[in-house]
Design a protein around this ligand. Structure first.
Ligand code: AMP
Ligand code: ZN
Length: 114
């Protein structure tokens, strides 16, 4: 997808601080972290939002959940705890329209939604 920042990261056109990678997903540090640990997990395939995850694409969510588990272990926040967030569309706070999971941790997170 021509103008998509996250597709450009997948293609290596924009650098990223890679945390974890499989054939289906890529995880990298968020450029503007909201917590001591803030990792973004994306499918390598361009899927705009959570609403575009059709039944044929559910394997992508499985790969993203598995990646979140691995990222939490790699960052050492699995035992203490962490938060996963998927923003969807404008009022959900989605800014980049390439599906992604935020993995946040490394401190006691506030209980606010945003
Ligand atoms: P969202 O509001 O859910 O669409 O979140 C998009 C996230 O992507 C934000 O937390 C941004 O800080 C992050 N982000 C934007 N550009 C980059 C980039 N080039 N590398 C890493 N993270 C990015
Ligand atoms: Zn994309």
């Amino acid at each position: 997808m021509g103008d998509c920042i996250f597709c450009k990261i997948v293609n290596g056109e924009i650098p990223s601080s890679k945390v974890y990678e499989t054939a289906k997903v890529l995880a990298f540090d968020d450029i503007n972290p909201m917590a001591p640990v803030h990792v973004i997990i994306i499918p390598k395939e361009h899927i705009p939002t959570l609403l575009d995850v059709t039944s044929e694409k559910m394997d992508v969510l499985e790969a993203m959940v598995s990646a979140a588990q691995e990222v939490a272990k790699i960052k050492g926040i699995d035992e203490k705890g962490f938060r996963t967030v998927i923003n969807c569309n404008k009022e959900g706070g989605q800014i980049i329209f390439h599906l992604h999971v935020h993995v946040l941790g490394g401190e006691k997170l506030k209980d606010e939604l945003n």
